[in-house]
Design a binder for this molecule. Structure first.
Ligand SMILES: Nc1nc2c(ncn2[C@@H]2O[C@H](COP(=O)(O)OP(=O)(O)O)[C@@H](O)[C@H]2O)c(=O)[nH]1
Ligand SMILES: [Mg+2]
Length: 338
């Protein structure tokens, strides 16, 4: 049964792919088994992240990008992680009608997922979704996320190129620093250039980018675990790329040529960087740490809910028999696993 779905996913079968993505999203063990089989077929897709606050214009831009890549005859998949996305039916009618243009094109695959927040640290499975699509031969994968949560930042680390979309007068600028989006952006887009304040937002961004360079240079000295965590947090991106700040008016298709050119330029820089084995190793290490962290947390959590383990621990705490540090270490030892 599972070999059949694997074959279908590899052949780009839309229904089988949709089923696998649902399994991934539901966190079914079966999905992980299939991902293991699919993994050797990954690594071919061009993965582009598009992140920014709700309403910034991500989906409108994505719509143009789909058309751009389709005009080059590439198979395009869109993964939207955004409860307000038109793909999930949460937006105004006009957007949804516009998206239907792609519904009849079998070279386009669009799926949306709701953000789930940080349920017990079980972070998003979006990278698994991307891997499945990559194995299925989708040549361009556009991942639209709302760039505020850790989940989203995690996803964008997987992307080869990340576009951060902002709109003037939305308070995006402050948000940007908070969510660390400056660090993940390869290209900044100030959309809604038809609105007042676009030039000011561009200027402010440019100033913040200059500041960022300074703070990065003075990153502190850490112990080995902190260094590992810091490395896991940091996005691996090609050295020497200076993120451009572009202006677009997505509703009118203005500035899109420049955006597409910047995407292609960055893609080339990324491909060049991949000729350096150390760069590839850094990316692989990061991908592993992501899977490792999720495996660890999932194992730990299922141990706690299994056979009332958590209750037993809390009972012992309540009776004053042990401290939480010792109990946590004992629990970790017990988790072990095959
Ligand atoms: N004025 C103006 N509105 C835009 C522009 N781009 C998108 N919008 C509108 O802004 C709203 C949100 O766009 P959407 O693409 O759904 O944003 P998302 O939430 O970031 O995906 C929609 O009503 C769009 O039509 C633009 O360049 N100028
Ligand atoms: Mg959207």
């Amino acid at each position: 049964m599972s070999t059949e779905i694997v074959q279908k996913v590899l052949a780009g079968d839309v229904r089988a792919t949709a089923r696998l993505l649902r399994w991934i999203d539901d966190g079914r063990g079966e999905a992980r088994r299939l991902l293991k089989v699919l993994y050797p077929r990954t690594g071919r897709a061009r993965i582009i992240g598009i992140t920014g606050n709700p309403g910034a214009g991500k989906s409108t831009l994505t719509d143009h990008l789909i058309r751009y890549f389709r005009s080059r005859d590439l198979r395009v998949a869109v993964v939207a992680i955004d409860p307000t996305s038109p793909f999930s039916g949460g937006a105004i009618l006009g957007d949804r009608i516009r998206m239907q243009e792609h519904a009849t094109d079998d070279g386009v695959f669009i799926r949306s997922f709701a953000t789930r927040g940080h349920l017990g640290g079980l972070t998003s499975t979006t990278s698994d979704v991307v891997h499945a699509l990559d194995a299925g031969g989708w040549q361009v994968i556009l991942v639209e996320t709302v760039g505020v949560g850790q989940d989203e930042v995690d996803v964008q680390r997987l992307a080869q190129t990340t576009v951060v979309v902002m709109a003037p007068g939305m308070g995006d600028e402050i948000q940007a620093i908070k969510a660390g989006v400056l660090e993940i952006a390869d290209i900044f887009v100030v959309n809604k250039a038809d609105r007042e304040g676009a030039d000011r937002t561009v200027r402010e961004l440019q100033m913040m980018l200059d500041l960022e360079k300074v703070t990065q240079a003075e990153l502190a000295h850490h112990g080995p675990v902190q260094s590992l965590l810091a490395a896991a947090e940091q996005r691996v991106s090609p050295a020497g790329w200076v993120p451009p700040v572009l202006k677009t008016t997505a509703v009118r298709g203005e500035g899109l040529d420049e955006l597409c050119r910047a995407l292609d330029d960055h893609h080339q820089v990324f491909l060049d960087a991949c000729r350096d084995p150390q760069f590839v190793q850094a990316r692989l290490r990061q991908q592993f740490l992501d899977v490792f962290r999720r495996t660890l947390v999932a194992r730990g959590w299922s141990y706690l809910v299994h056979e009332d383990h958590l209750k037993q621990i809390v009972d012992r705490l309540q009776r004053g028999e042990a401290d939480p540090y010792t109990l946590a270490e004992e629990a970790v030892k017990a988790v072990g696993g095959p």
